[in-house]
Design a protein around this ligand. Structure first.
Ligand code: ADP
Ligand code: MG
Length: 325
């Protein structure tokens, strides 16, 4: 039977009503909220909010369990794609991992789309050259995919082990499947279609090993404005991220998403920016990389909160030939 908001400990009829008005229609929506968000929307203290969320999490059906040896078997299949830069690869423990969501966030022009283009090229390379012999699916929300840039990066690759077989940009482009997403609902649908497309591609010689969503959050940010709609936005984004995670698991693929940063006016010290989508993206993304511009072609990638790698920074370059040290 469905669990009602009133069934949760700490939620009486009045609070339940406030929660519904704030957009938390279900126990699942509450389970993925943050205490601060709830406190602000529903006029309860943060510690009460935390208790409500904890009981919502216990009541919501948040997926099954598997044993450690099953996880280990799956982990053995993890592949890595080179970024083109040795220092960036080293920061990532050898490259971008499959079965994971990699979030690259940063300001406009920091190089997020450049990283996405480069990985779309590199994932197609054979294992000896840092690739996974795979195809690519791109969900392009900002109309920034450029085939010309892909061609330029293919021509800029380091010499191949088989110089007698020149690399053809056309061939790389044929292995990239792009769709424009016109709004957040369309984006969610395209991610679900990507699961079907990848299933078909499994039978071809080039299975989908990379799904790019560039940008993950732009449509959500533009469409959901104001406090009342925030819970709805986070719920949709959370569902979308779960589709993406499923893609990564089912296809042993890298899911690369980009994210903008927004001004955080209350930060007087340090970097006054934070990624859109807050803790929802943060908890689902396996690797978060904060990208910033340095002098000229130089870019700085900072790895944040990785489950098994030390935090740190790498400096690399975005050149006309692509990413390099
Ligand atoms: P965003 O983080 O907004 O996605 P981009 O990935 O689009 O940023 O980065 C744009 C920057 O990438 C440009 O300002 C430029 O520095 C660099 N760039 C883009 N195309 C080229 C190119 N063909 N050659 C060299 N640098 C390029
Ligand atoms: Mg971009």
């Amino acid at each position: 039977a469905e669990v009602l908001l009133e069934d949760l400990s700490g939620v009486g009829p009045a609070t339940a009503e406030k929660l519904r008005e704030a957009g938390f229609a279900s126990v699942e929506a509450l389970a993925v909220a943050s205490p601060a968000q709830l406190a602000a929307c529903a006029d309860v203290g943060e510690s009460t909010a935390a208790k409500i969320i904890a009981s919502a999490r216990a009541a919501a059906d948040i997926g099954g369990f598997e044993t450690g040896d099953m996880v280990m078997e799956r982990r053995k299949l993890v592949g890595k794609v080179t970024t083109g830069s040795e220092t960036f690869d080293a920061l990532m423990g050898g490259g971008f991992e499959t079965q994971a969501i990699v979030e690259v966030y940063g300001e406009f022009g920091s190089g997020k789309t450049q990283v996405a283009h480069q990985v779309a090229v590199n994932v197609q390379l054979p294992a000896e050259e840092g690739g996974l012999n795979g195809s690519v699916i791109i969900i392009d929300t900002e109309n920034t995919f450029r085939p010309e840039r892909i061609a330029q990066m293919v021509e800029g690759l380091p010499p191949s082990g088989e110089p007698e077989k020149p690399r053809e940009p056309e061939e790389f482009l044929r292995n990239i499947h792009v769709a424009r997403a016109y709004n957040s609902n369309h984006q969610i649908l395209l991610a679900e279609s990507a699961l079907d497309l990848a299933e078909k591609m499994k039978k071809s010689g080039k299975p989908a090993r990379l799904l790019i969503v560039d940008s993950l959050t732009a449509h959500f940010r533009a469409e959901y404005v104001g406090r009342g709609t925030l819970a709805d936005r986070q719920q949709k984004l959370n569902k979308h991220l779960h589709t993406l995670m499923r893609f990564a698991d089912l296809n042993n693929a890298v899911v690369l998403v980009t994210n903008q940063v927004m001004a955080k006016p209350d930060a007087f010290f340090g970097d006054p920016t934070k990624p859109v989508g807050g803790h929802i993206v943060g908890h689902t993304a396996t690797f978060r990389i904060y990208l910033r511009k340095s002098k000229g072609e130089k870019r700085i990638a900072r790895l944040i909160d990785s489950p098994n790698l030390p935090d740190g920074e790498a400096v690399f370059a975005v050149t006309s030939a692509g990413l390099m040290d």
